[in-house]
Design a protein around this ligand. Structure first.
Ligand code: F0G
Length: 424
């Protein structure tokens, strides 16, 4: 294991900073990446690691600790046994997308119900080790829930700053329950993000958004775990919903490092899927990344209602290095995919289902071949956004008629039950 070789490095001007720095932005304006000096690593190391029944050995993040944070003292790890999520085979969803087969990586089965736990264990561990006492984030909800839980675990205070009226209650109730201070901003996510970044620059609070490069290190393990689950035989595509582009940054970095270390022989193509009302990245992709204009975002997939993604430059790099694509899908396409995901027994919140909607669109447009090996990442649990599920089933979503009635109230007698069972 290398001794204290982790640095923060600017990908644009190559200047560096100490990993303990609370400044995540280089003076040239770009976000730092974490740079490790990896020793020799091979697949056998990760394959031979038994699943321990105790934290942090049972974490699907810290199983890859040499790739996540080799310098961190294992005693400093703050873990909730995150990761180790299933990669499901889903024939119904393959049919929905027009593919022969599809793998569904369900990150909604993390401890707080989203992929955020993977980045949070890495970043909160670092923050606590550096002596931070107060964690802060802007959030569309899932980061808030995850940070609140890990801060509670770490004995740190937590403040989450969220757009007023635009966060699903499943998420907000988690943040409250885990003890965070919840500040509802009269503004959107992008405004909240600007506020917390400015506050973090003053150094009084630790920023736990994906501008924090250790978040990105933890989120790399989504891809590493998929690769290991596929016996290191990389798929052709990895498709995922994209908002602030933290995952896009993390997935590209994971693949770059896995290739350089010889863990994989070839790199899958990344497909970053945005909601049409919040698609500055997809628009920029369409013009060859020549122009980039933030937008005022609007979509029913509130998790990705983001108009000015913080990791834009990292996202561009990830797509360029993987022959990746960015695309936008409408809210109707997202909802159709959600119905399919839910009915397949997997279930996910709306934003997550943009991944499957994106795969379907790529197949329809002839950009993805039906025989290609595709993994879609579901990022958040069905229970995160019960309001949207309920509104859909009650026919209260504009443009979406209610599906056949499935909730009925009956008298408590046998005849009523028998009658209700007829025709099911
Ligand atoms: N899916 C879900 C369920 C999310 O919560 C998010 C982001 C994304 C996808 C997009 O990921 O930002 O890495 O491109 N949620 C953040 C939050 C912004 O505050 O919870 P990204």
């Amino acid at each position: 294991m290398p001794a204290r070789e982790t640095l923060l490095r600017c990908p644009v001007c190559a200047s560096s900073a100490a990993p303990e720095s609370s400044e995540f932005e280089c003076s040239c304006g770009e976000l730092y990446d974490v740079e490790h000096a990896f020793g020799p690593l091979d697949r056998a190391l990760f394959d031979s690691r038994p699943r321990s029944l105790r934290a942090p050995g049972d974490s699907g993040v810290w199983r890859y600790r040499e790739l996540v944070d080799p310098d961190l003292d294992p005693a400093a790890v703050v873990s909730l046994c995150e990761g180790n999520t299933p990669l499901y085979d889903a024939p119904d969803l393959a049919r929905f997308a027009g593919l022969a087969a599809v793998g569904i990586k369900h990150e909604g089965l993390n401890p707080t119900g989203s992929f955020k736990d993977r980045g949070m264990t890495a970043a909160v561990s670092r923050a606590r080790a550096a002596g931070a006492r107060h964690a802060i984030c802007a959030s569309t909800g899932n980061t808030a829930a995850s940070m609140a839980a890990f801060a509670a675990r770490a004995g740190m205070a937590a403040t989450v700053v969220v757009p007023d009226g635009a966060v699903a209650w499943g998420k907000l109730s988690q943040a409250l329950a885990y003890g965070a201070h919840v500040l509802m901003v009269r503004g959107d996510f992008d405004a909240a993000m600007g506020l917390v970044r400015e506050e973090a620059r003053a150094g009084r609070v630790a920023l736990l958004n994906s501008a924090n490069p250790f978040r990105v290190e933890g989120q790399k393990t989504i891809v590493l775990e998929v690769l290991q689950q596929l016996a290191w035989d990389a798929p052709d595509w990895i498709v995922f919903p994209a908002g602030n582009l933290g995952n896009c940054a993390a997935f590209g970095k994971a693949l770059r490092e896995a290739l350089a270390l010889g863990l994989i022989e070839r790199v899958p193509r990344l497909a970053a899927v945005q909601a049409a009302g919040a698609a500055p990245f997809a628009t920029a992709y369409d013009n060859g990344f020549e122009r980039y204009e933030p937008v005022v975002a609007d979509t029913l997939a509130t998790a990705i209602r983001i108009g000015a993604p913080v990791s834009y430059a990292r996202g561009v790099r990830s797509l360029k290095e993987t022959r990746g694509v960015a695309l936008a899908v409408t809210d109707d396409e997202i909802l159709a995919a959600k119905v399919a995901v839910d009915r397949a027994g997997l279930g996910a919140e709306p934003a997550s289902c943009a991944a499957l909607a994106g795969a379907r669109r790529l197949v329809r447009d002839g950009r993805m071949a039906p025989t290609e090996r595709v993994v879609c990442v579901l990022t958040g649990n069905l229970l995160k956004d019960p309001d949207t599920t309920r509104a859909f089933h009650e026919g209260r979503l504009a443009g979406h008629p209610a599906p056949p009635e499935r909730i009925r109230t009956i008298d408590a007698d046998q005849r009523a039950l028998r009658m209700a069972l007829e025709g099911v």
